[in-house]
Design a binder for this molecule. Sequence first.
Ligand code: PAZ
Length: 357
Amino acid sequence: PTPALNGAHLSSDIHANGISNQHYVPSVSSGASTPASTASPGPVSAEVYFASHVAPKSLPENAEKIRAFVDRHMHEGRRVVLVTSGGTTVPLETQTVRFIDNFSAGTRGATSAEFFLEEGYAVIFMHRQFSLQPYSRHYSHSRNCFLEFMEADDDGIHVMPAYVEKMKTVLAKYRATQKAGTLLTLDFVTVNDYLFLLREAAQIISKLDVNAMYYLAAAVSDFFIPADKMSEHKIQSGDGLLNLSMDQVPKILKPLVNDWTPKAFIVSFKLETDEALLPIKSRQALKRYGHQIVIGNVLTTRKRVVKLITTEDEAEIRLTAEEDEVQHIEIESRIVPELILRHTAWIEDCGKHGRCG
Ligand code: PAZ
């Protein structure tokens, strides 16, 4: 998605008051609105981006966790999938009061992670802080608050009988995953956190060669304000409009595929609101980055229909109304097994595609 211009929101006081900060930030000014595309010559390379931005403080600690996790599962002969999930923020100030966000709750990533775990994969779950997580997602959203499933009496607090069976199943899977140590969760908030963490993880995971999969479901901002153009302090209100001119986020899939982890099986997601654009944009991404699959989805139908697009073919996964509304089947239960079959083929065919370990 393109958070600044497409499907994202600014914090409400920016919308309401039209803050001008022309004295503070060259890339943010008052006056007529200018689309970022006319102001920007294109994204900087990943190399330039990483050289001019500061890594999050948590990076060394997270790298250690990833290293230990990968070593252990490599030793035990398990495949590893890195799932990214939820949206990134784009801060408008260094001491951040306001930021641009997007809609993603992390449902796709959290749900898919559960199915990968069930299929025996070790999962590195890289998610937006406070977005949905495997297992707890069933009881943590505002619509599914765990308190709605509980009752109290003189003996204490219990799960209401109608919900016991489902909760037992979820709890058993949660405990089994904890015991097996097959889930590592790492969080990010800003697009900068995301980029540094993904690069670090990929460089460590690359030792798994073809046995690694990437399932890039996070909704990552396409635009950001570079560190050197960002206001240090809270943008002050004035009598003009706030106009944002943002740079393009570097196209990270290119170095991911070519440099950081060239042997892995890489699945990216493409979200559009205009269905007609989906095949065009998905094929463009495959051609540009050279990875294995793009999963295309449309905002309004993403929980019922997805398209698996490769350079050779296109397959649709679609739930019927009965499956969706009556049986409450989650589409990720169909996506994940299909990807695992394709990952197996990727491993078995490594002689053909030439990216063997
Ligand atoms: O998090 P969610 O389940 O509400 O949404 C999932 C999704 C639409 C963000 C994901 O399926 C997706 O398409 N991610 C990539 C978005 C993009 O950068 O185009």
